[in-house]
Write a protein that binds this ligand. Structure first.
Ligand SMILES: Nc1nc2c(ncn2[C@@H]2O[C@H](COP(=O)(O)OP(=O)(O)OP(=O)(O)O)[C@@H](O)[C@H]2O)c(=O)[nH]1
Ligand SMILES: [Mg+2]
Ligand SMILES: [Zn+2]
Length: 311
């Protein structure tokens, strides 16, 4: 990665060694927060690959990106290119709710990707004031709560908001990832009332979100707790995931005793402990179903790659 991204217009207004954070990305401009707290817009050239979450240091004539702790990447389903969403993230909050529901496998794919990128994850169930949400939250708890924290919140329940702020002490920069319309921006607006966050309605025709938020931005309170609000995403494509990564991304597998065959892929082999755990009711059968789907997908990609290499 080229760490020496240049920006010429900056030379007048920044002092050498000044450190700034990239807090929003609008395509041809970025929002940067200076140490005194002020946010300014800075035009950028198309070759500049700064990410929301980057820290930059001005060296007297250009900005230098500081080494990133991590980069959150995604591949939109069906697309080839990998998109870099944000950097230097302490935890991803996977935001979903009963209405509109996430696509089947959305959470699982994202969890595999995050495991691969070494980024912490928690599940956030939104709109807990609506009656159907408790059942939805229960389903998620049954599937994921042994491995991941599952939290429920509503912008109408003040105490659930306070719980999220407290979580921020441990994870100073959390990013909200989830489908359009689940309430990511509503939550951000509630937590950071002094910032203008745009909130949309659900589409009356489809009940889905309307993709109100179009760029990612970081919001921060006086104590330094930050949330990154992002545009809604319908699906999460697996990118650069091997079969080993897939297995590692299903954390519950690490707690099972070994399968009969060391090469067990946990699909339908005899003596498979994943299948046994499903039969015993310790692991939800849907989780195994999704595992098999993702396995097929990864397998197909690996075979295509091999074929590409050999001819
Ligand atoms: N009942 C209830 N409605 C909520 C809650 N949070 C958000 N909403 C509603 O859900 C709709 C969508 O909210 P947004 O905050 O724009 O959703 P978003 O996830 O940011 O959507 P995108 O920006 O399109 O990705 C709005 O009509 C909100 O009023 C909640 O806690 N309870
Ligand atoms: Mg939004
Ligand atoms: Zn097995």
């Amino acid at each position: 990665m080229n760490q020496q991204e240049s920006h010429n217009e900056a030379s007048l207004s920044f002092r050498p060694q000044e450190c700034v954070d990239v807090v929003a990305h609008y395509g041809i401009e970025v929002g940067i927060r200076r140490s005194i707290g002020m946010v300014e817009r800075l035009p950028i050239n198309h070759h500049v690959k700064w990410l929301v979450g980057d820290q930059l240091i001005y060296d007297g004539h250009q900005f230098v990106v500081q080494p990133r702790r991590n980069i959150l990447q995604r591949r939109a389903a069906g697309e080839r290119g990998i998109q870099q969403v944000a950097s230097n993230i302490d935890r991803v909050l996977i935001a979903t709710t009963a209405e509109p529901p996430p696509r089947v496998g959305f959470i699982d794919r994202l969890l595999v990707m995050l495991d691969r990128q070494g980024i912490e994850a928690a599940l956030l169930v939104t709109k807990a004031d609506l009656p159907e949400v408790e059942r939805y939250a229960d389903t998620l708890r049954k599937i994921y709560a042994t491995q991941y924290k599952v939290m429920t919140i509503s912008v109408k329940h003040r105490n659930s908001m306070e719980m999220l702020i407290e979580e921020g002490q441990q994870f100073p920069r959390q990013i909200l990832i989830g489908p359009s319309g689940v309430g990511k921006s509503s939550l951000t607006a509630e937590l950071f009332p002094n910032d203008a966050v745009v909130i949309g309605a659900l589409s009356e025709a489809t009940g889905r979100g309307k993709h109100t938020t179009t760029f990612s931005a970081i919001y921060r309170d006086n104590s330094g707790v930050e949330f990154v609000d992002t545009p809604g995403c319908r699906d999460y494509g697996l990118a650069n995931i091997s079969r080993d990564d897939l297995r590692a991304g299903f954390h519950e597998l690490t707690q099972l005793s070994p399968c009969r065959f060391r090469s067990c892929q946990h699909i339908k082999e005899a003596g498979c402990q994943f299948l046994q755990a499903v039969r015993d009711g310790h692991i939800d059968s849907n989780r195994h179903k999704i595992y098999c789907q993702l396995y097929d997908e990864v397998d197909r990609i690996e075979r295509l790659k091999r074929r590409g290499r050999h001819g």
